[in-house]
Design a protein around this ligand. Structure first.
Ligand code: IMP
Ligand code: MG
Length: 185
């Protein structure tokens, strides 16, 4: 799919080549940091699937993979940041070296919730790798150990990130046009 055929897409932020290059670098760093250990990649459905599979191929220590799904909602007063696990991991993470893989860290609410939930299950270690980081919108401070790209305060799609469930399959990351109802991230 090419950007020119998508009227909703403003411009390409990261090309396939840039993404591949950056994932190679981050994968090499992770491989060095986890030398001699087995790593469990925990992906957050659905957005992180595309990044996780690309990253896993660039890691050369033994890797296991598991997934969970979350749903976010607001309370009656409209306060954001409420998250629950909608589909849990298949296996225990007790004693394992866990790397939580995210598509994007925005306000940080999702990641804070997940880190608390996973830390309580007794992993040997727990670290975070995110594909995109929009630090300018952070509301709660959270630990991010590896990031591929810092992004500006614009809604983005592609490489796993969606708008109304579409565009996840783009090989690149693109900025959406501002009039597409994307002001609420
Ligand atoms: P947080 O709890 O605010 O950090 O929420 C992060 C979640 O919001 C991500 O996992 C995405 O599902 C979603 N999200 C935030 N920004 C974007 C974006 O620019 N495009 C697509 N999804 C986004
Ligand atoms: Mg997500």
């Amino acid at each position: 799919m090419s950007a020119v055929t998508l009227p909703e897409v403003d411009r390409v932020l990261f090309t396939e080549e840039q993404i591949e290059e950056r994932i190679r670098e981050v994968g090499a760093r992770i491989s060095r940091d986890y030398q001699g250990r087995t790593l469990k990649l925990v992906g957050v459905l659905k957005g992180s699937v595309f990044f996780l599979t690309a990253l896993a191929r660039r890691i050369d220590v033994p890797v296991k993979v598991d997934f969970l799904a979350i749903s976010s909602f607001s309370n009656k007063s409209g306060a954001p940041g409420l998250v629950r696990i909608a589909k849990d991991l298949d296996e225990s993470i007790e004693g394992e070296d866990v790397l939580l893989v995210e598509d994007i860290v925005d306000t940080g609410f999702t990641l804070r919730y997940l880190l608390q939930a996973l830390a309580g299950r007794g992993p040997n270690s727990l670290a975070v790798c995110t594909f995109l980081d929009r630090n300018s919108r952070r509301i709660v401070q959270v630990q991010v150990d590896y990031r591929c790209f810092e992004i500006p305060d614009r809604f983005v799609v592609g490489f796993g990130l969606d708008h109304n469930q579409l565009y996840r399959n783009l090989g690149y990351v693109a900025v959406m046009k501002p009039d597409k109802g994307t002001s609420q991230h």
